[in-house]
Design a protein around this ligand. Structure first.
Ligand code: SF4
Length: 165
């Protein structure tokens, strides 16, 4: 699994470490933050669709993986691009169920946010929140920074997960 850590660092991630579902914090209250207070709160956004999966099924999906790469950067777009590229490489390496979990920030300007069709729909991956992943607590659990920003200019800490096998 070490090559995927090196790949993540090459793809501009600040941190990349392998974790298991036991190292992740799951909390159904992430759905509260997802459905109230998020700009995509109506849950009809292409980026946020649950695609006929139940909450229990989604948690079970994550818990079926044993090797999950947890990646960190200060740029949300970089995290989305890195997660997708690591997923692609892992798939080509024979991990046929490799899958990235990461709110989509692939484009500088998101067409979906402007009520237009997504420009690369097969590359969109689901957001952590609909899987019940508490990213703040999971990051803290690994000694990584994640806290509410106080000012617009504050440095962001953005995270993604690539379920490898
Ligand atoms: S338009 Fe771009 S940023 Fe928006 S959902 Fe599609 S791929 Fe993601």
């Amino acid at each position: 699994m070490q090559p995927y850590i090196e790949l993540a660092l090459e793809l501009k991630m600040i941190h990349a470490l392998f974790i298991t579902p036991e190292d992740m914090v799951f909390d159904i209250r992430t759905l509260l933050k997802c459905r109230w207070g998020c700009e995509n709160h109506d849950n009809n956004s292409f980026k946020c669709q649950e695609r006929r999966t139940s909450f229990e099924e989604r948690v079970q999906m994550i818990k079926s993986y044993k090797n999950i790469l947890f990646i960190h950067s200060n740029d949300g777009g970089d995290v989305s691009r890195a997660a997708l590229e690591i997923e692609r490489r892992a798939f080509l390496d024979g991990n046929h169920l490799a899958f990235a979990i990461r709110y989509c920030n692939l484009c500088k300007k998101c067409a979906v946010d402007e009520n237009l069709p997504c420009v690369q729909p097969t590359k969109v991956r689901p957001c952590e929140a609909i899987f019940g992943i508490d990213v703040y607590e999971t990051a803290k659990h690994h000694g990584l920074p994640c806290y509410p920003l106080q000012h617009k200019a504050d440095v962001q800490n953005r995270y993604g997960f690539v379920c490898i096998s």
